[in-house]
Design a protein around this ligand. Structure first.
Ligand SMILES: C[S@@+](CC[C@H](N)C(=O)[O-])C[C@H]1O[C@@H](n2cnc3c(N)ncnc32)[C@H](O)[C@@H]1O
Ligand SMILES: *[C@@H]1O[C@H](CO)[C@@H](O)[C@H](O)[C@H]1NC(C)=O
Length: 276
C-alpha cells in the first residue's frame, strides 16, 4: 500500500516555505559513489522519485544530462515547476510504483525523504528495472529530532523540543514505526545488490528565524494529522511550544535567529554490472 498525503495546498505551500534542502556534502558523496562504480561519462539520466517541490532534484542537475523529478502530488509538482530550475530538469506526475521509463535507462535513482510513503517492494522492483548496470539507488531521509542552538540555553531548548516531539508521537502514522532510521535500515537490508553502503550521522546546521523552525516542525506529518483531527489542540501545542522557547531564550520576537540541526542518514546501492 502507498500513502497519499501532501495533496493539500496549505500543507504543500507550508512545506515549500519551510523545509531545508539536503546537504551538499551528501550530494557530493552520492556522486563520488556513482563515479567509482560507473566509469562511462557523461551520466545521462537521474530520477528523483517523490521529488516534492524539487529542492533536492535541482541539486543533481550539474552532474547529469537530464534530471527528472517524479511525484504523485499535482500540488507539489505545481510548486516545483513554478520554481526557477535548470533547463535539464523536468517533472512528471506518476506513482513511484509505476515509473514510465524504459529498462536500464537511469544512472541514478534517488528518493529524498519520500520512500517511506511508497509501496516499498513495488518501488524497489521499479528501481532495479530502471537502473543501468553499475547505476545506483540512493535513499535519504532525516530524523524528526531536530536540535536547536541559541546562546547558553541550548540544553534547555532541546529538552522542550524533546517534549514537543513526544507529544506528537501518538499521531505518527503507524506504518512508520517508532523511528524512521529503523524503517530505512530494513529497506537497506532488502535491497538485492551486494554492493551497498549505509551512512549515518550527517548533521546539517542552518541559521534561521525561530518562526521558520516552527514552520518546519508544523510541516511534520504527525503535526499535520493532529491539525486535521483537532485544530485547536494542534495550535495550542505549537503556540505553547513557541512560547516556552521564547521564554527560555529571553526574547519576545519569533524573528530571533537560532541555529537548527537536521540529522540525516542515507544509503547507496549499486546495481551489479551485467556478467559477460
Ligand atoms: C516529505 S516529501 C519530500 C519531498 C522532497 N523529496 C524533499 O526532499 O523535500 C514526500 C513526497 O513524496 C510524495 N509521494 C508520496 N507517496 C508517493 C508515491 N507513492 N509515489 C510518488 N510520490 C509519492 C509526496 O507527494 C511528497 O511530495
Ligand atoms: C544541467 O544544468 C545544470 C545547471 O544549469 C548545468 O550545470 C549542467 O551542466 C547541465 N547539464 C548538462 C549536461 O548540460
Amino acid at each position: 500500500m502507498s500513502h497519499r498525503l501532501f495533496e493539500d495546498k496549505a500543507q504543500v505551500s507550508a512545506y515549500k516555505r519551510h523545509r531545508v534542502s539536503p546537504p551538499e556534502t551528501i550530494i557530493g558523496a552520492i556522486m563520488g559513489f556513482l563515479e567509482s562504480k560507473q566509469k562511462e561519462k557523461p551520466f545521462t539520466q537521474a530520477l528523483d522519485v517523490g521529488c516534492g517541490s524539487g529542492q533536492g532534484t535541482v541539486m543533481l542537475a550539474p552532474h547529469f544530462l537530464e534530471v527528472v523529478g517524479t511525484d504523485i502530488s499535482p500540488a507539489q509538482l505545481e510548486v516545483a515547476r513554478a520554481e526557477c530550475h535548470p533547463a535539464n530538469v523536468s517533472y512528471r506526475e506518476c506513482p513511484a510504483e509505476e515509473l514510465p521509463f524504459p529498462d536500464g535507462s537511469a544512472d541514478l535513482v534517488t528518493s529524498m525523504t519520500a520512500a517511506h510513503w511508497f509501496d516499498w517492494p513495488r518501488f524497489l522492483s521499479e528501481a532495479c528495472r530502471l537502473l543501468k548496470p553499475g547505476g545506483c539507488l540512493v535513499l535519504l531521509s532525516y530524523t524528526m529530532d531536530m536540535e536547536l542552538r541559541y546562546r547558553d540555553c541550548s540544553d534547555r531548548l532541546n529538552a522542550v523540543c524533546a517534549q514537543f516531539y513526544e507529544a506528537l508521537r501518538p499521531y505518527r502514522p503507524a506504518h512508520l514505526g517508532p523511528c524512521s532510521r529503523l524503517l530505512y535500515r530494513d529497506m537497506y537490508e532488502s535491497v538485492p545488490f551486494p554492493d551497498k553502503k549505509w551512512c549515518d550521522g550527517v548533521q546539517q546546521w542552518c541559521s534561521m528565524p525561530l518562526s521558520r523552525f516552527m514552520g518546519i516542525v508544523e510541516s511534520f506529518t504527525s503535526y499535520q494529522l493532529l491539525l486535521k483531527r483537532d485544530p485547536r489542540a494542534a495550535q495550542a501545542l505549537s503556540h505553547g511550544f513557541q512560547s516556552r522557547l521564547l521564554e527560555l531564550m529571553a526574547v519576545s520576537s519569533p524573528d530571533t535567529v537560532v541555529d537548527v540541526a537536521t540529522n540525516y542518514f542515507y544509503f547507496m546501492a549499486c546495481k551489479p554490472a551485467a556478467a559477460d
